[in-house]
Design a protein around this ligand. Sequence first.
Ligand code: ADP
Ligand code: MG
Length: 303
Amino acid sequence: MVQNVAGVLPELEPEDYHLLSGIEQGMRFSEWVAKEKIPKFSRLTTEDVEYRIDRCLDRELIERKTIQYEGYTLKFEGYDALALHSFAERDTISGFGASLGVGKESDVYEVQSYEPMALKYHREGYTNFREVMKERDYTSDREHVSWLYTARKAAEREYEALEALYPQVSVPRPVDQNRHAIVMEKIDGVELSQTKLEDEQVRPVLGLILRELRDAYAEGRVHADMSEYNVFVAESGITIFDWPQSVPTDHENADEFLERDIENVVGYFRRKYPQHVGDADIEALASAIAEGSYETVEKFIER
Ligand SMILES: Nc1ncnc2c1ncn2[C@@H]1O[C@H](COP(=O)(O)OP(=O)(O)O)[C@@H](O)[C@H]1O
Ligand SMILES: [Mg+2]
């Protein structure tokens, strides 16, 4: 469990951020940054580095390990502090609120801006470092891959996807991105998985979801992680979120992912509302959605 660093932020001084960002820079080369190198990376004196290390260790923002040398590494909390500090510096956010959700690979919090927003910290490298290492996209021509890089890449991908899709597709409006964090519109609603739809809502809601997937495809994207956990349902409609693993429609597996997405959604509706949703030809639905036609979907929904 990664702790919420918002409470620590008021205690931090500018030089503490220099230390954190110095270690961050050193981590491009090795996971444990040798203490002697930190003055250069952080542009602090040796004595100041000493002092700042203690402060950051006390606040559990960094970790120390001594094997062949004395090395330091950022904890996720230290990386969170850097991202949060950047958002505050550029006035993206002015306050920090309660947790909105803990995902498979993320922590999401409410933050204050001119209106309440959602801040999502990506934790990809933390939860399944090994698996991500296997994935070529993330690691291509890099020997040393730290979770920093993995988590930041995921945030960048998600932000790019939201920018490409908003507002044509019903996704949270993207506001800002820094390191492994994104700030986006806060969505009010209930996750589909926690909703019990009224009889007359079942097929229309399924229809809305499939229509958004069609519109996303038309914008050149396949979600690739669709499930009842990544859809919000509200009076005003549905919103599809959690896009970091989405792929462009010209990706070699895009159509396979689209089919799996549709299978996941339709399968969920069939299990939960068997009296409303019948057998589906997933392949036909997927190709209709890919072609941008909605008739096949409508026929399926209206049965
Ligand atoms: N824009 C948002 N507004 C409100 N809550 C959100 C928002 N984005 C995510 N959440 C909450 O945080 C949880 C995790 O977010 P999600 O993007 O699904 O991450 P993960 O990849 O970890 O599943 C969601 O299930 C949801 O409850
Ligand atoms: Mg999710």
